[in-house]
Design a protein around this ligand. Structure first.
Ligand SMILES: Cc1cc2nc3c(=O)[nH]c(=O)nc-3n(C[C@H](O)[C@H](O)[C@H](O)COP(=O)(O)OP(=O)(O)OC[C@H]3O[C@@H](n4cnc5c(N)ncnc54)[C@H](O)[C@@H]3O)c2cc1C
Length: 574
């Protein structure tokens, strides 16, 4: 069956839905999502959204700009960051008008809290910048935007899995999707396609990400022959619940929570003397891992304590209810009385599909575009987070650049005719599925996935070195070979999740190789990318974005310059 829409948005997280809202009433918009829309990972965001509103204390967008540039270890593009931080207050008031129930100050203004790396006076001391709805911010914003879409009759293809992008010569012509409830394969034709497919944290064993964060969109673009940017930069969040990796939001430290080692020391005082527990995430994660390596983990194990006991029951129940309930449910620990065991957990990818500031996908280092294809949100790289993202800057990124992509798609529509319906892509997808289902091989995707996650933890997490990265690449390549023999034992049509998981695994293996190879070639330490064999930042050689191009021999890495407008690189101390 052939379906046609002006604009097709892949992904119903905040980036996708914000783009859809922008097009309401002016274009025929449809949203495709492999999970039920409100189950997108955006709904798990607890902490908040940053904006220099100055509701609790003086704040300025210039400070937000400086913090984000410094947080990015000077790799973020400053023109894009400036667009984002200047637009932030408007984003918050707009959400308020749509009905988002933000937490309030006693005078009734939108409440704000501290988050790591956000400061006033260019790094002098922490500032309250994150607007929040208790610790359920992502949930309420996602529900509000979904509600806006339903009210305006946006068409949702829920539980539809996008298998491939289709092209009419060099122009994106739509997608081929697998309808999970029926097992039918469909071509969805569009003038413009926006990828808003989220992150890929599930490549790692310990992660805060939901099951759907498998990096499909990034991999689809790479498989279509286009490059991926800055893929070596993977964020490990300092506080995952030990040993599960489920997130304990930075809001816990924003509200006054403290990290302590085996000796009860507030060790962050040694690593970040000015802002201590509220330093940027890469700094805090490395500090925790160093404490553990130097045998100051709790009871000789791989975790430290996050202590909230001094905050008191009332504050914990009012502002950190969900975080406290996670500790109670998953570990049987009550944070009112006992510290929470935490360890760094894979959280976010700073890199992704290269785009301009209006979401248009870029295909080389010269800035050439691919017609009809856009990307926004965690799967995209504008780049506003550079080598390390600051807390609560992601939701802001999704809302600012989701909206800008929507605006650009609307603007570009008038010039566009419908591209040609692509019988070929439909046939390819169909035969690929039949081939997967008819295999008699022995490999199971579950065991390959487990090995991949262990390889990525061992060689591609917070500390990296040449020898390990090379070994990791070798092991991922041999897993890719074994993947060629994966067998799907469920041959049913409806809700064949085994089939979907096998396809997702192919994307994850592709991205693992890109991540490790990009990391191998960056012989310096910057932000979240820490090379034990090259512990200094080397601006002379590596103040540039990596671009990984697909070739038959694997990824080929080229580079493009960083856009610097206001702040020249300086030593990064907190
Ligand atoms: C636990 C947690 C807490 C966080 N807290 C915060 C916070 O407080 N503040 C902050 O700024 N950031 C936070 N982040 C980061 C932020 O939430 C994410 O970066 C963001 O939600 C990503 O949004 P997105 O719109 O790009 O994609 P997602 O919300 O991940 O949605 C992806 C969408 O793509 C769809 N999709 C993917 N592949 C396919 C396919 N093949 N076919 C069809 N559909 C597909 C999915 O169905 C889904 O709808 C947090 C992240 C986590 C994991």
């Amino acid at each position: 069956m052939n379906i046609k829409h002006d604009i097709l948005i892949i992904g119903a997280g905040l980036a996708g839905l914000r783009a859809a809202v922008e097009c309401l009433g002016q274009a025929d918009v449809a949203v495709v999502s492999k999970v039920f829309p409100t189950r997108s990972h955006s709904g798990a965001a607890q902490g908040g959204i940053t904006a220099a509103l100055g509701n609790e204390e003086e704040d300025r967008w210039e400070w937000h700009l400086f913090d984000t540039v410094k947080g990015s270890d000077y790799l973020g593009d400053q023109d894009a960051i400036e667009i984002m931080v200047r637009d932030a207050p408007r984003v918050i008031y707009e959400l308020e008008h749509m009905g988002v129930p933000f937490s309030r100050t006693p005078e009734g203004k939108i409440a704000q809290r501290n988050f790591g790396g956000h400061t006033r006076d260019y790094g002098k001391r922490p500032v309250k910048r994150a607007c929040h709805a208790a610790d359920r911010t992502g949930r309420v914003v996602l529900d509000t935007l979904y509600d806006q879409c339903l009210r305006h009759q946006v068409k949702f293809y829920s539980e539809h899995y996008v298998l491939s992008l289709a092209f009419d010569r060099k122009r994106c012509a739509g997608v081929v999707a697998y309808d999970l409830p029926t097992g039918e394969i469909r071509f969805l034709q569009a003038k413009s396609v926006l990828l808003a497919t989220g992150g890929c944290g599930r490549i790692y064993k310990t992660t805060s990400n939901g099951f759907a964060s498998t990096g499909d969109g990034m991999s689809l673009v790479y498989q279509a022959g286009f490059p991926l940017e800055d893929m070596e930069f993977i964020q490990f969040h300092p506080t995952g619940l030990y040993p599960l990796g489920i997130l304990v939001s930075e809001a816990a430290r924003g509200e006054g929570g403290l990290l302590r080692n085996r000796l009860g020391e507030r060790f962050m005082e040694r690593y970040a003397p000015t802002v201590k527990d509220l330093a940027a995430r890469d700094v805090v994660s490395r500090a925790i891992l160093t404490e553990i390596r130097e045998k100051r983990g709790i009871a000789g194990k791989d975790y430290v304590h996050l202590d909230l006991t001094h905050l008191g029951e009332e504050k914990i129940e009012e502002r950190l209810w969900e975080i406290a309930s996670f500790a109670r449910i998953y570990l049987g620990i009550d944070p009112v009385y006992e510290p929470i065991p935490v360890q760094p957990t894979c959280h976010y990818i700073m890199g992704g599909i290269p785009t301009d500031v209006d979401g248009r996908v870029l295909v080389d280092e010269k800035g050439s575009l691919v017609q009809g294809l856009y990307a926004a949100g965690e799967c995209a790289c504008v780049s506003v987070h550079g080598a390390n993202r600051l807390g609560c800057n992601s939701l802001l990124d999704l809302l600012v650049f989701g909206r800008r992509s929507g605006l650009a798609m609307k603007r570009d529509l008038s010039r566009e005719e419908y591209p040609v319906f692509s019988e070929g892509s439909l046939r390819n997808a169909d035969s690929r599925i039949s081939e997967l289902l008819s295999r008699q091989d022995r490999e199971k995707s579950g065991s390959i996935r487990k090995e991949m996650q262990a390889v990525m933890m061992r060689y591609g997490s917070a500390f990296r070195k040449d020898e390990g990265l090379k070994k990791g690449i070798e092991e991922i390549r041999s897993l890719k070979e074994r993947y060629g023999e994966v067998r799907v034992s469920d041959h049913g049509k409806a809700f064949n999740y085994e089939l979907v998981e096998a396809i997702e695994l192919g994307h994850q293996l592709e991205l693992s190789e890109v991540i490790l190879l990009s990391a191998l070639q960056r012989r310096e330490s910057r932000g979240a990318h820490w090379r034990e064999d090259f512990p200094q930042r080397a601006d002379r050689y590596y103040l540039k974005h990596s671009l990984a191009f697909p070739t038959p021999k694997g990824p080929e890495i080229r580079y493009k310059p960083v856009k610097i407008t206001k702040f020249q690189p300086e030593a990064r101390v907190y």
